[in-house]
Write a new protein. Sequence first.
Length: 319
Amino acid sequence: MALPPVGSTIAMSQIQTEFGGSNPISLSEYYGQGNAPGSGAITMSEDFGGTSSAYTANFLIIAGGGGGGGWTGGGGGAGGSQTGSQSGITPATGGSWSITVGGGGGGGAYPSNASRGSNGSSSSVSGIATSTGGGAGGGYNNGASSPGASGGSGGGGGYKAGTPYNVSGGSGTSGQGNNGGNASSSSYNCGGGGGKGAAGSYGGPGGAGSALTISGLTATTRAGGGGGAGQSTNHAGGSGGGGRGARLNSTGSLAGTAHTGGGGGGGRDNRAASAGGSGVVFVTMPSGGYSGSQSGATSVTTSGGYTILEFRGSGSVNK
């Protein structure tokens, strides 16, 4: 229940009832609560009038990227990404959020017929959302199609020995990513993996990632698709962690960047396919609402009145 509005007389006991605290009451306990500053002078009515202990927690959930296809393979699709929030949280709410962070999928084998990579693994926050792992890039297949796999973003289509050559990319998940690109109808150029910001290219680069953010978190480009294998060029991975595709008898592929959900680059003959990048989960909340109790966070930082928790592996946050 919110405290009386600005201009009203507010007692210390009312602040304690709303925000908790110990006896004897000390005003310094309430720095960062309501509209109070983190230090210095506090004005009771202006800093606490109309405020409540209830807060909103925000979540950015990125799954692991798909692995590139092997032998002559498409790029892996980026891990799906979603944002979410939960409002009205108070000390009486209780419970916790369980967090799972997905790993990147492996690259397809060489030499191996139908050498598709592996999909990335999902990331989730309990009660909020689950983001789907990126789709694997399709690999070389002698006489049959080797399409990219569907996922958060779809993997790029791999090479097929025999017409039609333009094997399809996999489908992305609505709201989480985009489709993978088709393989080229000639010249052994395979489809790029889809990214959060754009679909994978036809016989070429991975789709661009997107500048992803939630309240309190600086926007950073993540979830780029992996580049497809090329005949005479290395097709670039999409911005935001996508790995480049390999080139025939030349430069190899690259893995998706860790903790971005980027897709892995497609392989070309003995230039191996690469794995997708692992996912990541961010949780932000007003610093006055943070319980201070969590497990597994890689980092806990503050910025602009928010506490920011980054998870690169499984963990939990108490409400």
